[in-house]
Design a protein around this ligand. Structure first.
Ligand SMILES: [Zn+2]
Ligand SMILES: [Zn+2]
Length: 140
């Protein structure tokens, strides 16, 4: 597959049991449908940094392709820009045909960090609800 951003060939790199397609040229990452959720479930953080350490970050010439991004899987489908996030909006481009998504450099790590923050908030809320329940019982 080709990078929708700069046209370089994407390399398939393993992250745990999941394989992601990364552009070594502009450092974007292509995730197929469902892969983001899988990555979030692993609880891994800083995946982009790990990949760079493991596989290096060879510099390559950047040449931007005309106009809008195209899906590397469906080729002729344009990608739509969207914002996904639980806590803070992170920009991503997704394909309406195969539901794959393109994340620019640092966006994947931001999304995973976001999930971590959300989990922290949920724990906090659960704890508060428990305290509220206790307070009610004690008031009786
Ligand atoms: Zn690229
Ligand atoms: Zn597609």
């Amino acid at each position: 597959m080709k990078c929708p951003k700069c046209g370089a060939i994407l390399s398939t790199l393993p992250v745990g049991d999941i394989s992601v397609d990364k552009c070594q040229s502009c450092d974007g990452i292509w995730l197929e449908h469902g892969e983001l959720e899988k990555l979030r479930e692993t609880g891994l953080q800083g995946i982009e940094k790990q990949l760079e350490q493991e596989f290096g970050n060879p510099p390559a010439p950047m040449h931007s392709l005309d106009g809008y991004l195209r899906c590397p899987q469906c080729v002729d489908k344009g990608l739509r820009t969207n914002y996904v996030s639980y806590m803070q909006p992170v920009k991503m481009d997704h394909c309406v045909a195969c539901f794959g998504m393109w994340l620019d450099k640092h966006e994947l790590d931001k999304l995973l960090e976001d999930k971590k923050q959300l989990d922290a908030v949920q724990v906090d809320r659960g704890f508060k609800a428990m305290l509220a329940g206790l307070a009610k019982r004690m008031a009786r």
